[in-house]
Design a protein around this ligand. Structure first.
Ligand code: MN
Length: 196
């Protein structure tokens, strides 16, 4: 059985940046539906994060839907862990690498925001690392996961309309900028620290 992570904070903890109703619906309806759909498609016990690399082990007719729904669970697990009631900045090895590659966190944030604004359609902006610790900021469409490209996702912003539309309507840029007040880099820092 595949499952979502437990939401690591209360539905109203991201107020006023992301409203309670959006967080409730996004987690309980959108996120959980990806897990439910994945469980309807397969009873495999391949770990969730290994599905993208082992997709050939599933029946050809189901691969597209399995990859889509597994990506939906993985991407939302990371998105909800990329936010918190109180924002936190990168530390340790991740902070050093960001300072080295982008000059400082503020500049990194500018590059990430600019990338998010360039995404067309539904998808995510990710901070990813390759197996050597090289950082990149990428956009992926729909529920594609960086794991399909041998990249490890560290931090992500969901740019589907359901992530912001109730509060921000067509003002996606405001969501893209405001969300940094709730950005949690403790999780990304721990992931990166444990990898390298
Ligand atoms: Mn979403």
């Amino acid at each position: 059985m595949y499952n979502t992570i437990k939401l690591p904070y209360a539905y109203n903890d991201l107020e006023p940046i992301i409203d309670e109703e959006t967080v409730y619906t996004h987690y309980n309806k959108h996120h959980k539906t990806y897990a439910e759909n994945l469980n309807k498609l397969t009873s495999s016990n391949i770990p969730l994060e290994e599905i993208p690399k082992k997709i050939e082990q599933f029946p050809l007719k189901d691969r597209g839907q399995i990859l889509y729904n597994a990506g939906g669970v993985l991407n939302h697990d990371l998105y909800f862990q990329s936010l918190n009631r109180n924002k936190s900045l990168p530390k340790g090895k991740l902070l050093n690498k960001i300072n080295n590659d982008y000059g400082n966190f503020e500049n990194f944030k500018k590059v990430f925001i600019s990338k998010s604004k360039n995404l067309v359609g539904s998808g995510y902006t990710f901070l990813v690392t390759d197996e050597n610790g090289n950082l990149t900021i990428i956009n992926l469409a729909n529920q594609e996961t960086p794991l399909s490209y041998d990249l490890i996702p560290l931090f992500t912003i969901d740019l589907w309309e359901h992530a912001y539309y109730l509060k921000y309507k067509n003002n996606r840029s405001d969501y893209i900028e405001n969300i940094w007040n709730k950005a949690n880099f403790d999780h990304a820092s721990t992931l990166y620290e444990n990898l390298f």
